[in-house]
Design a protein around this ligand. Structure first.
Ligand SMILES: C[S@@+](CC[C@H](N)C(=O)[O-])C[C@H]1O[C@@H](n2cnc3c(N)ncnc32)[C@H](O)[C@@H]1O
Length: 303
């Protein structure tokens, strides 16, 4: 498996491989574990047994996490005979008892999925972002998105008349909108990886690279190490390398890791297909003054 100065790919059990890693090495651990749905790569268990198995893993994540770093844990629901178990609710106490502090519970909304007939169709998953301490990296400017009304101005006080927003855009918030057909209609933010997505591989549930990139850009700096202990086809690794970070992934399935390695080679030779981060989100078409970029900011850009 790959072992270079910037990219490491390890095949094995997450807990066993985590035990071998250096304490405090990783600025960000970003991962989506199996959801206990009985997919080809997991054995379905009772929900309590499933969760209990993660207690030791989360303790290891705490050990290998940098003091100013954190974990992004992306999960959906486990469903048993029609009963829904929201996994973030189950995982949250384990992270808390280990010492992690929750900073955001990001809702990842997507427009497509299975159509339920006896309950409302599920259209979102969550990503819990925890930090190891109160002193942590958060680069908001790296991930700002275009504001809907950049022309808004303060209407009273000392700043009356001046633009009230930020020239770099607004905070992307904790609600991230994803649609499978975004690249067809060009209006939405980050699409879920479904069959016609440019990043799709044989993996049944891979991350969109762009989802990981937003976390990596906001929560790490260049040359930092990123870890994904359930690395699959390497979406976290690609997101790290693409942004001048270093990445280590673990997965027990060799077939996925071989694809991850091929994707790294494709990234290096410029042939990897991926959806670009920051594809325009929403361009207002109204003619109101608040829809227009302030003259001051346009002048500032030209200088
Ligand atoms: C939800 S998928 C993650 C997909 C990944 N985010 C991507 O973009 O490709 C979970 C992954 O965990 C792996 N896995 C399951 N049990 C594991 C274990 N005990 N140790 C390591 N990997 C495991 C599976 O093979 C699967 O690829």
């Amino acid at each position: 498996m790959t072992e270079t100065a910037t990219a490491v790919v390890r095949c094995g059990d997450a807990l066993e491989e985590l035990k071998k890693l250096q304490e405090g090495k990783f600025q960000l651990i970003v991962s989506s574990p199996p959801y206990n749905l009985g997919k080809s790569y997991e054995k379905k268990q009772k929900i309590d047994e499933y969760i209990e198995n993660y207690r030791r893993i989360i303790q290891e994540l705490y050990r290998v996490c940098h003091n100013e770093g954190g974990v992004v844990w992306q999960v959906g629901n486990c469903v048993e005979k029609g009963e829904v178990f929201p996994l973030d609710i189950y995982f949250y106490p384990l992270f808390l008892e280990t010492g992690f502090k929750l900073r955001n519970r990001v809702i990842w909304h997507f427009g497509h999925g299975l159509h339920a007939s006896k309950r409302f169709s599920g259209r979102y998953e969550t990503a819990l972002w925890f930090t190891k301490s109160d002193d942590y990296v958060f680069n908001l400017d790296a991930v700002r998105v275009p504001s809907k009304y950049p022309g808004k101005r303060h209407y009273k006080g000392e700043k009356a008349g001046l633009p009230s927003g930020n020239p770099l855009g607004k905070n992307p918030s904790d609600f991230w909108d994803f649609l499978a057909n975004e690249w067809e209609d060009g209006v939405l933010e980050i699409p879920n990886v479904k069959s016609n997505h440019p990043e799709k591989t044989i993996h049944p549930c891979q991350f969109p690279i762009e989802l990981v990139e937003r976390f990596i850009l906001a929560l790490t700096n260049e040359n930092d190490w990123i870890l994904d202990p359930y690395g699959g086809v390497g979406s976290s690794l690609i997101a790290a390398l693409k942004n001048k970070r270093k990445g280590l992934i673990i997965d027990k399935e060799l077939q996925y890791l071989k694809i991850a390695e091929q994707r790294v080679r494709d990234l290096n030779n410029g042939s990897l297909k991926y959806r670009k981060l920051g594809t325009p989100v929403y361009q207002p078409t109204g003619r109101e003054a608040v829809s227009k970029i302030p003259q001051e900011w346009i002048k500032g850009r030209a200088q």
